[in-house]
Every structure is written in C-alpha cells, then in structure tokens.
Write a protein that binds this ligand. Structure first.
Ligand code: COA
Length: 194
C-alpha cells in the first residue's frame, strides 16, 4: 500500500536523481566518437589515467568486423542529445555455430552512473535481441549487476567459457527463441581476442 512514509523511504534509498529525460536509440555514424569517449571514461583506470581502455578501441574494432549487428548497438542520449551510455551485442558462437550474441561493452559516463542509464540500455538491447529472434545473450560481467536482467551462470545451461577463470562472471540470458540444445563452448567475435 502506498503511504507518504513508504515513498520517502524509497526516495531516501534512491541515491542520485534519475535522469529526467533519456532517449535510447540505435547508434548512428555521427555517434562513434561520443561512444568511444563514453567507454574511455567509463572504463578508465585511475592508476593509469592516460591509457585508453581496451573497451574503447574494442567497439571500433567490432564495428569494422563482420560480427557487427547495427540493430543491436544502442546509445542513451540525455536532454541535450549528449551521449550518456552505450551498449552493443555482436555475433558470437556456441559450438562453432553463429547462434548467440555476445554483449559488451556496456558503459555509462561516470557523471551519469547510477541514474538508470545502464538499466535502460540493458532492457532495450535485450528486447531488441528478442524481437530479432536471437535465442541467447552471453556476457562476462559483474555478478551483482546482471542477474537483475535475467542473467545467470552460463555453465548452468551447458555453455562453457573460453577462459575457465571467468567462472560465475560468465553469464547468459535465454530469450524467447532459446532451446536447450544450445550447448557447448562459447566464442566471442574475433576482436575480443585481439
Ligand atoms: C555498470 C554500469 C554499466 C551500470 O550502469 P548505471 O547506469 O550506473 O546503472 P543503473 O543506474 O542502471 O543501475 C544502478 C544499479 O546498479 C548497481 N551497480 C552499478 N554498477 C554496479 C557494479 N559494478 N556491480 C554491481 N552493481 C552495480 C548499483 O548499485 C545500482 O543498484 P541499486 O539501484 O540497487 O542501488 C556503469 O556503472 C558503468 O559503466 N560502469 C563502468 C564500466 C563497467 O563496469 N561496465 C560493465 C562491465 S561488466
């Protein structure tokens, strides 16, 4: 039941304000530099501030590869059209077959983090992948962040990582077209291995 106290408690928990206006849309050619800048800032290593993170160059390499799926590279733009975040899924393989998507990178500009941008991007890209009849999305990521979007350990579905140390960080999200026969070794698009 709604009460003013309950709403205040929720407000108190909410932390920074949510972004008042955001638009999730497909990436356009004009977005490429801003997308690179978002990942450069999101994945920056404070101990090496001048080093360009691999995630920033990875997006450019993926875009130039045959694994790129334009419908699954999404940006989140703020009120002035500024790019706040980006996510992409690219063609990946299970047991050698091009039947899976690899998600990543997902990055949100530091000033816009914890305001719902990452969640909006995740929901949008999973919905788009499902609408395209893709059966499964696989990623390596935070075990406290991705389960809220339906991800669970990929090993539980019989999908094995190329790097055993990924362990529980190697997660999968079955979509409507998923079938249990999708099992075996997983491989990201080639640029992930550069
Ligand atoms: C991780 C990231 C994409 C999340 O995007 P975001 O817009 O900040 O997240 P949202 O606002 O949608 O969600 C916020 C929630 O996610 C949680 N969260 C954010 N980053 C998290 C992390 N690294 N691990 C666990 N939970 C995390 C917050 O605690 C918050 O939870 P709450 O609402 O229960 O308090 C973003 O913080 C980011 O770009 N981080 C740096 C790059 C990175 O780590 N990318 C992901 C690689 S796996």
């Amino acid at each position: 039941m709604w009460t003013a106290q309950a709403e205040n408690r929720l407000r108190g928990r909410a932390g920074p304000a949510t972004v008042t206006r955001m638009l999730v849309r497909r990436e356009t050619p004009e977005d490429a530099a801003a997308v690179r800048a978002v990942h450069t800032a999101a994945f920056a290593d404070p101990s090496e501030p001048h080093r360009v993170p691999v995630e920033a160059t990875l997006v450019d390499e993926l875009r130039a590869s045959d694994a790129w799926l334009p419908a699954l590279s999404l940006v989140c733009a703020g009120a002035e059209g500024e790019i706040l975040g980006h996510v992409v899924c690219t063609r990946a393989r299970i047991a050698g077959e091009p039947v899976a998507l690899g998600l990543g990178p997902l990055g949100v500009a530091p000033a816009a983090q914890r305001r719902g941008v990452g969640s909006a991007l995740m929901h949008a890209v999973l919905g788009a992948a499902d609408a395209l009849d893709e059966p499964i999305v696989v990623l390596v990521g935070h075990t406290e962040y991705y389960p809220r979007f339906g991800f669970s350990p990929a090993a539980d579905l019989g999908i094995t990582p190329p790097v055993a140390e990924w362990g529980a960080h190697f997660q999968a999200r079955p979509l409507g077209a998923y079938r249990p026969a999708l099992r075996g070794p997983f491989a990201y698009a080639a640029p992930f291995n550069l």
